[in-house]
Design a protein around this ligand. Structure first.
Ligand code: G4P
Length: 537
């Protein structure tokens, strides 16, 4: 039996971040196919046997009537136990997407080679930088015409502020895409399409020095010449490969490929597993010291709470990132915030395409615990006798705001209870305008769908009808100055700017545009603002 330390050392836990449609689902699926975790490609269209991409969690939810969003796919490959955390995009993009990144030890950023760095990627990237986790880049869709790879590198560096180090380099793009050059092994991995997106095959992989006539034959003379020029430029560039910079999120190793046609996925996976770190340590806020993941005692924190996995029950599932030691089903654990010992009766996780009960898990893994309403986001649980407390999860800036008012004023109690519970679960954020009560609150959400979910849940779970008015705010900033230092009433602000408080008493400003934000900064030189609330990392 491997020891706890060996189990932990074999873990690699990461999330894939991307703008919708860049290819996150396709890449996830190809990784699962490649590692033998699934047998059928969900992207094979028009066949009765076609299965959905396993990571298309929302579809699975619809089909099976269960909710498995933001879960984890686990597989083993080449001695590593790999956890891929789902980061919902599209309509189900929400604060949970951000919170999931707090539980990952690395991120893979998928970029559409024709589009470059897009809005949602920038937001997700910023969250990754809070913890300085390593970020690997996969430039996708090389089978289509893409932008010049040098331009893309420059854009990543300029827009995201991270150094780039191409690990592979594309040979042509679109119809002329011939494969990739692996800079480390100096191999050319050549591919050839046969006109059908999924029927592309690897036609050769040779280790040959650039300039070798064998390469003329494999990829064509002109491609070979262009590749030599590109590599000469790259080898002469300033950015050295620096593992320490990668591990601290200052340099991103970049890979090129086409997830759909399986170009470049294999070199990516191999290098990723070689370079990505085993579970990182989280800091115990009580001692200020990092907690060693390989330590025997179990500890972890709740990063996400999912309501109503089974609609017949009101149970919730609390997703816990294990930070140290070993989890065993049925074990006793101390819930720090609740100050009591509880039994961790059931754990679930997504094992490839089946939800399975987990009997044991280790630091780096995620387990889902049935939660009768005990936990809040950010809570710590640990082995009885161990005293640690992990930092709270930051609050992320919502981008949509609405005023929610209860329709039937006699149901005030239920309304307040519903709003507070849903906010505690992290489904929405609620704000109080300075000087007003709780019968009407401002609600902020990262994704607009959250408002509908909120209304529906207030109706079905709390029997409360509400009315909703959209508000024009789109930018939110937490005030960093202490109340002694700064009285918000004295701030000079435009008329469109709103002063509010969050549930934790944090003071914030809501702006309708960058112009109003800039105005506030300019006219209040001492004002310190942050895009995240509650950050203690
Ligand atoms: P996402 O999870 O990041 O949102 O992206 P997803 O993988 O769903 O991919 C979005 C679309 O891009 C899909 O096409 C997918 O087939 C396509 N795609 C992904 N990787 C590649 C690639 O390497 N090359 C090309 N040419 N296309 C790629 P769709 O037509 O929108 O969806 P579907 O109907 O094929 O599922």
């Amino acid at each position: 039996m491997p020891s706890i330390a060996e189990q932990v050392a074999s873990r690699r836990t990461f999330a894939i971040i991307s703008h919708p449609d860049a290819g996150k689902t396709t890449l996830t699926e190809k990784l699962l196919l490649y590692t033998g975790s699934i047998q059928t490609a969900g992207s094979v269209k028009g066949k009765a046997s076609a299965r959905h991409a396993v990571s298309d969690w929302m579809d699975i939810e619809k089909e099976r009537g269960i909710s498995v969003t933001s879960s984890v796919l686990q597989f083993t490959y080449d001695g590593a136990c790999v956890n891929i955390l789902d980061t919902p995009g599209h309509q189900d993009f929400s604060e949970d997407t951000y919170r999931t990144l707090m539980a990952a030890d690395a991120a893979v950023m998928v970029i559409d080679g024709a589009k470059g760095v897009e809005a949602q990627t920038i937001k997700l990237f910023k969250v990754c930088t809070l913890r300085h986790i390593p970020i690997f880049t996969f430039v996708n869709k090389l089978d289509h015409d893409t932008r010049d790879p040098f331009d893309l590198m420059e854009e990543i560096e300029d827009v995201l502020g991270i150094g780039t180090y191409p690990m592979t380099w594309p040979i042509g793009s679109g119809r002329n895409f011939k494969g990739v050059f692996d800079r480390n092994s100096r191999r050319v991995i050549a591919f050839e399409g046969d006109g059908h997106a999924n029927a592309t095959k690897k036609v050769g992989e040779i280790e040959a020095e650039l300039g070798d006539p064998a390469l003329d034959e494999l990829i064509g003379e002109e491609n070979h010449k262009n590749l030599m020029d590109d590599i000469e430029l790259l080898d002469g560039a300033d950015n050295e490969f620096d593992l320490d910079a990668v591990r601290h999120g200052r340099l991103t190793p970049v890979f090129f490929g086409s997830a759909l046609t399986n170009f470049g996925v294999e070199p990516f996976l191999k290098d990723f597993l070689r370079l990505a770190p085993p579970p990182l340590s989280y800091t115990d806020t009580l001692s200020g010291e990092p907690v060693e993941p390989s330590r025997d005692e179990f500890s972890g924190f709740v990063f996400k709470i999912q309501a109503n996995m089974d609609r017949r029950h009101r149970d919730r599932i609390a997703f816990v990132r294990i930070c140290s030691g070993k989890f065993e089903r049925g074990m006793d654990a101390y819930h720090v915030q609740g100050d009591r010992t509880i039994k961790l009766a059931t754990g679930t996780a997504m094992m490839a395409d089946d939800r399975a009960t987990v009997d044991e898990a280790y630091a780096g893994d995620i387990v889902g615990l049935f939660d009768p309403g005990l936990f809040s986001i950010g809570d710590t649980i640990c082995a009885p006798g161990m005293r640690v407390q992990y930092p709270p999860i930051p609050t992320f800036a919502p981008e949509h705001f609405a005023r929610i008012t209860q329709v039937d004023t006699l149901k005030r109690k239920q309304f307040v209870k519903g709003m507070e519970e849903l906010a505690q679960e992290g489904a929405i954020q609620i704000f109080r305008e300075l000087g007003t009560g709780l019968e009407s609150v401002i609600v902020g959400a990262v994704g607009v769908l959250q408002f509908e979910v909120l209304e529906q849940r207030l109706r079905s779970e709390y029997h409360v009808e509400v009315s909703r008015t959209s508000l024009p705010y789109s930018i939110i900033r937490w005030i960093q100055n202490s109340p002694d230092e700064l009285d918000v009433r004295t701030l000079k602000l435009t008329r469109e700017t709103c002063r509010v408080e969050d549930m934790r008493g944090g003071r914030l400003l809501l702006f309708t545009s960058d112009w109003n934000l800039d105005w506030a900064i300019e006219h209040n030189p001492d004002l310190q603002l942050s895009e995240f609330g509650n950050v203690t990392f």
